[in-house]
Design a protein around this ligand. Sequence first.
Ligand code: TMP
Length: 233
Amino acid sequence: MPGKLIYEGKAKSIYETDHPYEVQIYFRDDATAFNGEKKGQINSKGILNNAISSLFFELLDSRGVPSHFIRKIDDRSMLAKRIKIIPIEVVVRNIAAGSLSQRLGLPEGQVLPRAVVEFYYKDDKLGDPLINNSHVDVLGLATPAELEFLSARSLKINDILKDYLAERKVRLVDFKLEYGKSDQEILLGDEISPDTCRFWDADTNQKLDKDRFRRDLGGVEEAYQEMYDRLKG
Ligand code: TMP
């Protein structure tokens, strides 16, 4: 039985546990896009995102990238270390898509010569604006050394995930990471799932992620299930 609700996000709910330094993260089926303007439900999404995130966190742990993940509790829940989220969303991009394509006029699908790292200020009221190093500094969100660490760590995660996915015939287009502090240690947090990544089939470029929901492409549940099957298989 989970304890008191600590925080309700757009797709996950965080509960207290018997242990003060551990939380239970419950993955719901709720889906939002465009900063909550578009709302819906994706059947079984909570189950699949919990399973997919658990698998990615285990993979990363085995490659020396620590995260808040402790273990999967049940279909929709994982046990995690309680962390204080750093309000910076780190986006890594290998292929132009989404807001990068719009902002810089790069056609969707154009392979970038190197990975691009971006920072967004995690603030729903402001719509998570794109920020640079100076903004991070002036807002006091992280020290320059911490930001450098987040950037390097995110690129390492990109290398690990890109290779792992390529073996499963998936192109890792881009993804978003969040980090938090437990004591003074910085840990990867949140989730890694089709909600927070763009995954394209390596042969057909078929979208296997939340863009199917954002853009009303249909086959949303099927895409999440397909990603889970490929990762597991
Ligand atoms: P973007 O192209 O819309 O900026 O998205 C880049 C990546 O970040 C994409 O994989 C989806 C993910 N993302 C989130 O996880 N949460 C968000 O709120 C947004 C805007 C993007």
